[in-house]
Design a protein around this ligand. Structure first.
Ligand code: EPS
Length: 371
């Protein structure tokens, strides 16, 4: 039985470290041997998630240089535990001096203190989004194995920010802008909105979408290891996520059976309201999931709270915070989906035998359900 800082059953990732500690890291146990991996392979995804890469994110400047401490020999995974480490180099703990004894409204400060009776207030300690660096690092390995062995590709984008939703979803433009936004025409307006938000010292929530293409039929272990249940748990475990949807998600509540079912034909499924999962098992269609992320709770707008002595205080959170933490979450949702998929490919292999090395996607799948 794994502990609460370990994710996955056969591709097992344990993360450790705090935002202002000396380093953060992870140990991956169960990675298949023979996969080529080098420190530079982590660069793109770590940079996509990192702070300080655009004016729309926290200005903390971490190099996020990864060190591979074990499990890789002559550039290939050996099947032994892979240990990855990133040293924290730009923590500014004095930013947290004023609020070390108070609870930021909407933040894990309050519950960590009540649960453990002690907390590391520097940068939120273990509750900081800094931990997601290691999810992304583990996800790089998972994505590479899924792509090389099964042709599975995972892609995420922002599908909502404050009052905005994309008019069109053009996956080709997502990586061309710092907001991972799929509708280029809307960018000037959204960027102006975010600039205003930053100046006002407030923050805003966001919605992320993530898909996996070429997932073979058969992944998922009913009843308690359903693929959609594991994806939901994986996405919900990301800092600040408050809602997860699979496929048409919440919209199914308003649909008739004749509208919601995904009819079958010789050409494939005729729609994908199910998000590529039926009965907890992948159908061979595109896997589609969405997550809603709350606004960053560390804001300059004064708010009421209590301190650890129970006294009423007014809180203002200074420092280097994200006006929308959802912007940096795109590589994180991709990583979590990839970690679930690699785990389920290995679990399927253990129980039922290998899935085809490369799987064509079931045709005619899907238009992404509208937000
Ligand atoms: C974070 C608060 C800020 C962010 C941090 C996440 O931390 P600090 O005040 O120490 O700069 O910069 O994000 C990262 C450092 C990162 O790598 O994601 C929080 O409260 O979650």
């Amino acid at each position: 039985m794994s502990g609460a800082n370990t994710f996955g059953r056969l591709f097992c990732v344990t993360t450790f470290g705090e935002s202002h500690g000396p380093a953060i890291g992870c140990v991956i146990d169960g990675c298949p041997p023979g996969l080529a991996i080098a420190p530079e392979d982590f660069r793109t995804d770590l940079d996509r998630r990192a702070t300080g890469r655009s004016r729309f994110t926290s200005q903390r400047r971490e190099a996020d240089e990864i060190e591979i401490l074990s499990g890789v020999y002559q550039g290939r995974t050996t099947g032994t535990p892979i240990a990855l480490l990133i040293r924290n180099t730009d923590a500014r703990s004095k930013d947290y001096g004023d609020i070390a004894q108070s609870f930021r409204p909407g933040h894990a400060d309050y519950t960590y203190w009540h649960k453990y009776g002690i907390r590391d207030p520097r940068g939120g300690g273990r509750s900081s989004a800094r931990e997601t660096t290691m999810r992304v690092a583990a996800g790089v390995i998972a994505k590479r194995w899924l792509a090389e062995r099964h042709g599975i590709a995972v892609q995420g984008w922002m599908s909502g920010i404050g009052p905005y939703t994309p008019d069109t979803v053009d996956r080709a433009v997502v990586e061309d802008n710092p907001l991972f936004w799929p509708d280029a025409a809307q960018l000037p307006e959204i960027e102006a909105y975010l600039d205003g938000l930053r100046k006002s010292g407030d923050s805003v929530g966001a919605r992320l979408s993530v898909v996996a293409d070429h997932v073979p039929v058969g992944l998922g272990e009913p009843i308690y290891g359903k693929l959609d249940a594991d994806i939901a748990a994986a996405l919900m475990s990301i800092n600040a996520v408050k809602s997860v949807e699979i496929g048409a998600g919440n919209a199914v509540a308003g649909l008739r059976g004749s509208e919601n079912r995904d009819e079958l034909s010789h050409e494939g499924f005729l729609s994908n309201h199910a998000g590529g999962i039926l009965g907890g098992i992948s159908s061979g269609q595109q896997i589609v999931a969405h997550a809603a992320i709350k606004p960053t709770s560390s804001i300059l707008v004064p708010g009421q709270s209590l301190n650890s002595a129970g006294e009423a205080v007014e809180i203002v959170t200074k420092g280097r915070h994200d006006p929308c933490v959802g912007i940096r979450a795109v590589p994180i949702v991709e990583a979590m989906l990839a970690l679930v998929l690699i785990d389920h490919v290995l679990r399927h292999r253990a129980q039922c035998g290998d899935v085809p090395a490369q799987t064509p996607q079931v045709p005619n799948s899907p238009a992404i359900p509208s937000p």
